[in-house]
Write a protein that binds this ligand. Structure first.
Ligand code: FAD
Ligand code: NAD
Length: 464
């Protein structure tokens, strides 16, 4: 009696993964997406294009700043072809978004092209046509949080959001980033490596809120060393644009004398907010919480029968892999009644150089909950990092003082994003620090630092 068993609204990592899994489980599935391409924020204007620019800009910096010369790679004059870098980024996006279209066809997921609006809890209107489903999953993601008084205009390219910062056609002389979070530091690093002067204005006293205190302190040191100018504990009170220049007025967050900063590009990166505009939630009697999020139970059911929600639009970290895991789980809940996402073990990574990564509790959170032991090992003492001239960072393992169970792991290392997977797996299996310490790690790898940090929990690392 319904057109579909399940309709997903939104084809980001939550919606597209959920739709594929639902179809794999034998249910008739459709996915509504308003963009021209599938993959959502992540594949189109998020994770993938930002990583393409981070990778390409690192290659440029290695060539331009003499890093390669150390290894005997002799180069002539190093010049940037920004157009070529942007083309490489576009190719990565095209390949991956096209790949999702292929997977939809392969798994017989119907792509309903257009903006989806609820008519009732089981009916979604797309491009003037009604489609019914037994279950509807909202996976509409998030959009940029605006900063009052600092108007974003990506077309002009003077005050931009992350989408604009991914598409600049020229390296700015001076880029001011408002917000020292993940986007600010990743995009700030890209443009710094390509030659811009970069100033980061952060409201709080430290960068990267949500990460472990030691990691945040070290982040400030590392980014300063790399030449980013940090204005911590500072707020932007206004911005004016004249031609191709912006003037920002800033003052200490706690109040005090103001000053102005001139910039030829300003990136507003103060967070993202759930995207529910135009969805017609009022028509199905579904309200959002004070943060604009849709609240759900463990099985992603909302208060409205037949309507579930996943990804950035619900509470929790706004991360692609969290959305993907929720996509798989919601499909399995719908098809079988059982699904699994362990929200206590969701890694987070900042893909700068070095990378900053963590999973589980910060030291501060763990101390609040009870007695803990902490083991730390510097990357400077890791043979592979030392050989590669990558001295910055450390690994920190936080364990329960009584049970030795690992509660959190934090890493700063060039490959911390890859290293953190081991920690997540260990925590998923309820490992103790001793379990990690007695697991054989290949030599010479950066991951040995995780083993040594685990050994340090009981005070017995070898190489320091
Ligand atoms: P989204 O990816 O936002 O997808 C939602 C989709 O729904 C969109 O395509 C939208 O067009 C569509 N939509 C919305 N409403 C409707 C409607 N009514 N009808 C039809 N379609 C609709 N996360 C990471 O884990 N790693 C990273 O490296 C990373 N880098 C990022 C870099 C940047 C610059 C940004 C902005 C974000 C980054 N993120 C990263 C976050 C990540 O992109 C999000 O957490 C993830 O995309 C959330 O997935 P989602 O499926 O919930 O929503
Ligand atoms: P964020 O929450 O990471 O950082 C925003 C920063 O802006 C915070 O440090 C906050 O204190 C600061 N801030 C807020 N208001 C301010 C103001 N008025 N003036 C100055 N500073 C202010 O948000 P983001 O960097 O915009 O990223 C948005 C989301 O996208 C994040 O939730 C993140 O998880 C996701 N993302 C993830 C990745 C990744 O996983 N590598 C990369 C990019 C984005």
């Amino acid at each position: 009696m319904f057109d579909y068993d399940v309709i997903f609204i939104g084809a980001g990592p939550g919606g597209y993964v959920g739709a594929i899994r639902t179809a794999q489980l034998g249910l008739k599935t459709a996915c509504v997406e308003a963009r021209e391409t599938l993959g959502g924020t992540c594949l189109n204007v998020g994770c993938i294009p930002s990583k393409a620019l981070l990778h390409g800009s690192e290659k440029f910096a290695e060539a331009a700043n003499g890093t390669l010369a150390r290894y005997g790679v002799k180069l002539g004059k190093v010049e940037l072809d920004l157009g070529a870098l942007q083309t490489d980024k576009a190719d990565a996006v095209k390949g991956l978004t096209g790949g999702i279209e292929f997977l939809f066809k392969k798994n017989k997921v119907d792509w309903l092209k257009g903006y989806g609006t609820f008519k009732d809890a089981h009916t979604v209107t797309v491009a003037g046509k009604d489609y019914t489903a037994k279950e509807v999953v909202i996976a509409t993601g998030s959009s940029v949080t605006p900063l009052p008084g600092v108007e974003v205009d990506n077309d002009k390219g003077v005050i931009v959001d992350s989408t604009g910062a991914l598409a600049l056609s020229k390296v700015p002389d001076h880029l001011v980033v408002i917000g020292g979070g993940v986007i600010g530091l990743e995009m700030g690093s890209v443009w710094k490596r390509l030659g811009a002067r970069v100033t980061v204005v952060e409201f709080l006293d430290q960068l990267l809120p949500g990460m472990d205190g030691d990691v945040r302190k070290e982040a400030a040191k590392i980014f300063k060393k790399q030449g980013l100018e940090l204005k911590l504990g500072t707020k932007v009170t206004s911005a004016t644009v004249k031609g191709k220049k912006a003037t920002l007025t800033v003052e200490p967050a706690k109040g005090g004398a103001s000053e102005t900063i001139e910039a030829d590009c300003v990136l507003v990166a103060i967070g993202r907010r759930p995207h529910t505009e135009g969805l017609g939630l009022e028509k199905i009697g579904l309200e959002v919480n004070a943060r604009g999020q849709i609240e759900t139970g463990h099985d992603f059911r909302t208060k409205v029968d037949g309507v579930r929600a996943i990804g950035d639009v619900i509470p929790g970290p706004m991360l692609a892999h969290k959305a993907e895991d929720e996509g798989i789980a919601v499909a399995e809940y719908i098809a079988t009644g059982v699904g699994i996402v362990n929200h206590d073990v969701i890694p987070g990574v900042v893909y700068t150089n070095p990378e900053f990564a963590g999973v589980g509790l910060t030291e501060e959170q763990a101390r609040e909950k009870g007695e803990i032991k902490v083991g730390k090992f510097p990357m400077m003492a890791n043979s592979r990092a030392k050989t590669n001239h990558e001295p910055d960072g450390f690994v920190k393992v936080i364990a329960d003082a009584k049970t030795d169970k690992v509660l959190g792991v934090w890493a700063i290392a060039t490959v911390a994003g890859t290293m953190i997977a081991e920690a997540a797996l260990a925590m998923e299996f309820g490992a103790t620090s001793e379990d990690i310490a007695y697991t054989c790690h290949a030599h010479p790898t950066h991951s040995e630092a995780t083993k040594e940090a685990a050994m340090a929990v009981t005070g017995k690392p070898i190489h320091i």
